[in-house]
Design a protein around this ligand. Sequence first.
Ligand SMILES: NC(=O)c1ccc[n+]([C@@H]2O[C@H](COP(=O)([O-])OP(=O)(O)OC[C@H]3O[C@@H](n4cnc5c(N)ncnc54)[C@H](OP(=O)(O)O)[C@@H]3O)[C@@H](O)[C@H]2O)c1
Length: 231
Amino acid sequence: MSSASPVILILGAGPRIGSSVAKAFAAKGYKVALASRKKSEANDTANELHIQSDFADPNSVINAFSRVTASLGVPSVVVYNGAASTSNPPNDPFSLQLSDFSRDLNVNTVSPFVAAQQAASGFAQLPASSSKTFIYTGNALNTTIIPPLLALGVGKAATAHIIQSAAAAYKDRGYKFYYADQRKDDGKPVYSAIDGDAHAELFLELAEGKLQGPWQQTFVSGVGYKDFGAA
Ligand SMILES: NC(=O)c1ccc[n+]([C@@H]2O[C@H](COP(=O)([O-])OP(=O)(O)OC[C@H]3O[C@@H](n4cnc5c(N)ncnc54)[C@H](OP(=O)(O)O)[C@@H]3O)[C@@H](O)[C@H]2O)c1
């Protein structure tokens, strides 16, 4: 593969979404960097990098960007897919321990903020023709509550705000920022019925699009983007 191949970095890459997205972008000629707690560089190949990272520590995002940039090049597509969710009794969200709340906030919001910062600073070094796309895997919690999931909801809602702000602020520079949220046909959350291939299809479409589209990419498997309005 030529050194001009584009690079995708998937932060929080696992067997469902991460693996489908990696396969779809590799098929389009991308070199792929995958970061998560269980990754090992022993599995590296010329076109696929494995970076051991725990996004409970936001510095691990900076390390992942340094590694991918040095080994494969500046990523033109960055996906933040990791999440942390300490559940709480539905009738007592304030029983959450501060240590759990702040670790989850690091994984769901602080590390994604650092990732978006790093992505934008890399985009500035790329040629005009590069994709320059940042995608955060969200869910419906930026528009509704699910009582046992306060910590996850706080993180998703805060990061939705970051994505919405970045989409507006950087669109004239050609950088695109998206909050992707798979839903059922009727707009309800998919919960565990996540479709990795549907994510990959949407992410490719967003990466290949020339202009910033709606920052909040609610989508349905087999349909694609669908606007459900405010919940
Ligand atoms: N639209 C919806 O309603 C909906 C429903 C379910 C999930 N989601 C979202 O989808 C995403 C995950 O989907 P998935 O499980 O199918 O994806 P996946 O790519 O199969 O797995 C995500 C990977 O993230 C890694 N990860 C978790 N915590 C991490 C941490 N602290 N540091 C580094 N890596 C970490 C885990 O790997 P390691 O164990 O190796 O770290 C995990 O395998 C999340 O953002 C979640 O909120 C949305």
